[in-house]
Design a protein around this ligand. Structure first.
Ligand SMILES: NC(=O)c1ccc[n+]([C@@H]2O[C@H](COP(=O)([O-])OP(=O)(O)OC[C@H]3O[C@@H](n4cnc5c(N)ncnc54)[C@H](O)[C@@H]3O)[C@@H](O)[C@H]2O)c1
Length: 374
């Protein structure tokens, strides 16, 4: 590992902590962005860290403490499992490092608030997935909506139906435990996309069900292993927004039918179909009132995948402007999901107390492959 001092004119030094399934997508992208230098990979399983470091040409591999303590690392990209997000983030913040964390920000809003407070105290930043909302598809949709293409946006219908990740994930247990399930695992994509259009939610109601108490791993070295399901795998929710808009949103891991990425925003003059909020590209479709046809609008802008939120954050650290996929937005999304879970438990409408500033749309020519920090 290097021992040089931090140079603020240089690309931002990054450590990746958690070298599991999603780290391939991140490392492929982060190592391709000229404004970042990935300096170290870390994992509880040191072999995983070494393998990923070697595969992506990252100079260092080690323990979490070694990676976040690296003197040239300014930004820690936390790709651990949800149960470890808060611990690893807190550890990095305590060393004065900014952190990009995979979703969810933490297992509950109390832990999320604590992390934001620790970061504010330390004078560092927190950013959080999903950054799909910064992809060309959703940015094109946001630009169209703010240009008035559907009139005033008033309501939304969103659906995510899937048989469940036990079919394909080699270690799927965490996806059926608190902090995951269809609500916490897939909800952030959909709820962040809706929040970026409607602003903060204020009230929710929901029903939850679980079709099976046990699941069986369908792929990888542990195929056939049974495990317990601890969370609802069907969540139907109603959301009311501060600005008066409303949304109906369904998340399911109980559906033989796979239907992802259904997000329709209806305005006073037209309905807009967003691309899949769990993707970075895709086309936008608009159907004006009275028309029998959809008008297809191709996405414009950068289509680079996971990691663009961390890149936007790194550039924002250097230029002193707010980053877009903020900890406040992630805390609000977590708060919204927690209100959904409370409503499922209590059969009540639940308030969503947190709020966040709606991030600006990315400029049209935003280019992750450009070197802007020189
Ligand atoms: N798999 C996906 O398709 C996907 C997609 C988007 C987001 N995510 C998110 O990314 C995160 C990671 O998911 P994954 O599928 O890569 O999980 P994974 O289980 O494949 O990998 C997680 C890695 O983190 C390591 N780890 C756990 N605790 C740690 C700690 N305290 N310190 C250092 N390393 C630690 C584990 O050893 C493991 O290698 C989750 O928050 C998940 O929600 C996953």
């Amino acid at each position: 590992m290097g021992t040089g001092v931090m140079d603020t004119a240089q690309p931002v030094g990054v450590a990746v902590v958690g070298c599991g399934t999603i780290s391939d997508q991140y490392l492929a992208n982060l190592t391709s962005f000229p404004d970042l230098r990935v300096l170290c990979c870390a994992d509880l399983d040191l072999e995983r860290a070494k393998t990923q470091a070697e595969k992506y040409g990252v100079p260092g591999a080690g323990s979490t403490a070694q990676a976040i303590g690296h003197p040239e690392v300014e930004l820690v990209v936390n790709l651990t499992i949800p149960a470890a997000h808060a611990e690893v983030t807190s550890q990095a913040v305590a060393l004065g490092k900014s952190v990009w964390v995979e979703k969810p920000l933490a297992l509950d809003t109390a832990a999320g608030r604590e992390l934001l407070a620790e970061a504010a105290q330390a004078g560092v930043r927190l950013g959080c997935a999903p950054d799909t909302v910064l992809g060309a598809g959703l940015q094109t949709a946001r630009r169209l909506i703010s240009d008035g293409a559907i009139g005033e946006p008033r309501t939304a219908l969103a659906l995510m139906q899937d048989p469940g990740p036990d079919r394909w994930h080699p270690d799927p247990e965490f996806l059926f435990r608190p902090g995951a399930g269809p609500l916490y695992d897939m909800g952030p994509y959909y709820l962040t996309a809706l929040a970026s259009v409607f602003g903060p939610a204020v009230s929710v109601a929901a029903l939850g069900r679980r079709s099976r108490d046990q699941r069986v791993i369908g792929r990888g070295a542990r195929t056939g292993t049974k495990f317990q399901v601890d969370v609802p795998t069907y969540v139907a929710s109603l959301l009311g927004y501060a600005g008066g808009a409303a949304a109906s949103v369904l998340f399911s891991f109980d559906s033989p039918l796979r239907r992802h990425g259904f997000v329709e925003i209806t305005g006073t003059e037209a309905t807009l179909a967003m691309p899949d909020p769990n993707g970075f590209g895709g086309e936008v479709r608009i159907r004006p009132a009275g028309s029998a046809e959809w008008t297809v609008i191709p996405a414009t802008g950068a289509t680079a995948g996971r990691g663009i939120g961390a890149l936007d954050m790194a550039r924002a650290i250097r230029t002193g402007v707010p980053h877009r996929a903020s900890g406040d937005l992630a805390l609000h999304v977590l708060d919204t999901m927690e209100a959904v879970a409370r409503s499922i438990a209590g059969g009540t409408f639940e308030p969503v107390p947190t709020t966040f500033p709606v991030p600006d749309v990315l400029p049209a020519g935003w280019d992750p492959q450009a070197r802007t920090l020189t």
